[in-house]
Design a protein around this ligand. Structure first.
Ligand SMILES: C[C@@]1(CC(=O)O)c2cc3[nH]c(cc4nc(cc5[nH]c(cc(n2)[C@H]1CCC(=O)O)[C@@](C)(CC(=O)O)[C@@H]5CCC(=O)O)C(CC(=O)O)=C4CCC(=O)O)c(CCC(=O)O)c3CC(=O)O
Ligand SMILES: NC(=O)C1=CN([C@@H]2O[C@H](COP(=O)(O)OP(=O)(O)OC[C@H]3O[C@@H](n4cnc5c(N)ncnc54)[C@H](O)[C@@H]3O)[C@@H](O)[C@H]2O)C=CC1
Length: 197
């Protein structure tokens, strides 16, 4: 393996509780906002740019927490933000947004400069409540996209039914933590042992 491999730590944000500010509303801004809304339709997203795509405008009408601001960036746009995505076509402007965000201790993704990112977006596989995030450590986003397609195809939609059943069992289990761990491990053992045909 090349170097130390992928050292990113994946987490899953509750975006209904956080505000995201996206600077830039062109092709990449649209791709990022679309990816966020696909996973988290209740995400509070402010998009700031002189030109904002028709798709983002449509989303701002469809999703109550998406707001658009037709204006050039200024640092006040970051007020109240928990996460920022800098996705303008102007490299020095993206760098300035990164400096401003760091000064305010806000986590930032700079679309054209992975080195300046505090976090990357991932490819996302979803089957009901099951969600799998894929990262290539920035090495090949296209590989991440293809891996998503492979997993979307390989995992049956019915996998969510298993998850729902396990949740029902989990909620009914009486006993201490150790007992629950042991019981849930027993019930799910076949998932690990069964080899696909
Ligand atoms: C580092 C990262 C930071 C971040 O943006 O978060 C980043 C950076 C960059 N992407 C670039 C290009 C492309 N990005 C995509 C697509 C996606 N990019 C996404 C994430 C990430 N992209 C993060 C790392 C993720 C990882 O670990 O792999 C995905 C997974 C999630 C999402 O964006 O929602 C989404 C797929 C979603 C899906 O379909 O499942 C495509 C393919 C396409 O659009 O079809 C291309 C063109 C082909 C190619 O380059 O491969 C460029 C060069 C720009 C230029 O050349 O000008 C940079 C900058 C650089 O690398 O310098
Ligand atoms: N991370 C990723 O997945 C990818 C990143 N990129 C990078 O993303 C960058 C953006 O590319 P595109 O979206 O295709 O450009 P674009 O030209 O489609 O959109 C640029 C956006 O920036 C806005 N903008 C310009 N001046 C501004 C200002 N002063 N304040 C606020 N917004 C301003 C414009 O109004 C427009 O909405 C490029 O540098 C490209 O290298 C490209 C592909 C994928």
């Amino acid at each position: 393996m090349n170097g130390k491999g992928n050292e990113l730590f994946p987490v899953f944000f509750r975006l209904d509780k956080l505000r995201i500010v996206v600077i830039g509303g062109g092709a990449v801004g649209t791709e990022k906002v679309g990816a966020i809304l696909k996973s988290s339709p209740a995400a509070a997203i402010h998009v700031v740019a002189p030109e904002i795509s028709a798709e983002i405008i449509a989303w701002s009408k469809q999703y109550p927490a998406v707001k658009v601001f037709h204006k050039a960036y200024d640092p006040h746009d970051l007020t109240g933000a928990d996460l920022v995505i800098a996705a303008t076509c102007i490299h020095v402007l993206n760098m300035q947004v990164q400096i401003d965000a760091k000064q305010k201790n806000i986590l930032i993704n700079v679309a054209d400069t992975p080195e300046l990112c505090d976090f990357y977006l991932s490819s996302v596989v979803q089957k009901g409540d099951l969600k799998i995030a894929i990262s290539t450590n920035g090495k090949s986003p296209t590989f991440a996209k293809r891996m998503r397609e492979v997993l979307e195809e390989a995992l049956p939609d019915s996998i969510d039914a298993i998850l729902q059943q396990l949740n029902q069992i989990r909620n009914k289990l009486k006993g201490d933590f150790e007992y629950k761990v042991q019981k849930m491990n027993e019930i799910t053992k076949a998932m690990k042992d069964e080899k696909p045909e």
